[in-house]
Ligand binder design. Structure first.
Ligand SMILES: Cc1cc2nc3c(=O)[nH]c(=O)nc-3n(C[C@H](O)[C@H](O)[C@H](O)COP(=O)(O)O)c2cc1C
Length: 208
């Protein structure tokens, strides 16, 4: 069984909802799943004035716990076409993990929320992939076998680089059923691959 961390930042709840769906999918595939947030950096009063969702229940992660998982699935809203500073700041504290190669060979995957259809989903997803590749992590996307991303009968998120949603410029659009199904698909997919890789690592250790 793979142990998976779904690690997200969400200001208004869209990425949080995708994180829940990713976790559901990974659990369906038999993984042990932990959902955590990265710390908020915006002062509480500023966040309140901006209408941020302040009742998020997921516990806050510590950078030093990342080596406890077989896979880490990272979700963030887009900020000017790249990941939120809260998520980057969290990973900027993982230098000691990088120095000892603690995440090498683990599975990484990413999901994203933007306001608009062409507002930087792919650049944000690939920025997360790049960061995790620096840690030596194996990147898993969302293959076109997850056929919901091919739909043309409705506006939808979803890309081969990872699950996505579109919040709208007023933030009123929550993830659609199709986007949630794609997020669950990604969670299952990561869990299945992580279980296979974790099994191989255990075999290698036993043989050594
Ligand atoms: C400073 C800032 C920059 C943003 N930049 C982008 C952007 O480049 N493209 C876009 O589509 N949305 C952009 N957004 C909108 C957010 O991506 C949107 O609020 C978010 O996806 C909602 O997800 P959440 O509810 O998980 O926070 C930006 C929002 C803020 C506050």
């Amino acid at each position: 069984m793979a142990r998976i961390l779904v690690l997200y930042y969400s200001m208004y709840g869209h990425t949080e909802r995708l994180a829940e769906a990713v976790a559901e999918g990974a659990r369906e595939a038999g993984a042990e799943v932990v959902v955590k947030r990265v710390p908020e950096l915006v002062p509480e009063e500023v966040a309140r004035q901006a209408g941020a969702k302040l009742d998020q229940k997921a516990p806050v992660a510590s950078p030093q716990e990342l080596d406890q998982y077989d896979a880490i699935i990272v979700g963030t809203p887009t900020r000017y076409g790249r990941m939120a500073a809260q998520m980057a700041n969290f990973w900027d504290q993982t230098g000691s993990l990088w120095a000892r190669g603690a995440l090498v060979g683990k599975v990484g995957s990413a999901f994203v929320s933007t306001a608009t259809q062409h507002g930087g989903q792919e650049t944000t997803l690939m920025g997360i992939h790049t960061m995790m590749l620096h840690h030596g992590m194996v990147q898993v996307g969302l293959p076109y076998a997850a056929a919901g991303q091919l739909r043309m009968d409705e506006i939808t998120g979803g890309s081969p680089y990872g699950a996505t949603t579109l919040a709208g410029t007023d933030g009123k659009r929550m993830p659609s059923e199709n986007e949630l199904a794609l997020a669950r698909w990604q969670g299952r997919h990561v869990a299945e691959i992580a279980a296979r890789l974790a099994g191989r690592s255990a075999e290698a250790r036993a043989a050594a």
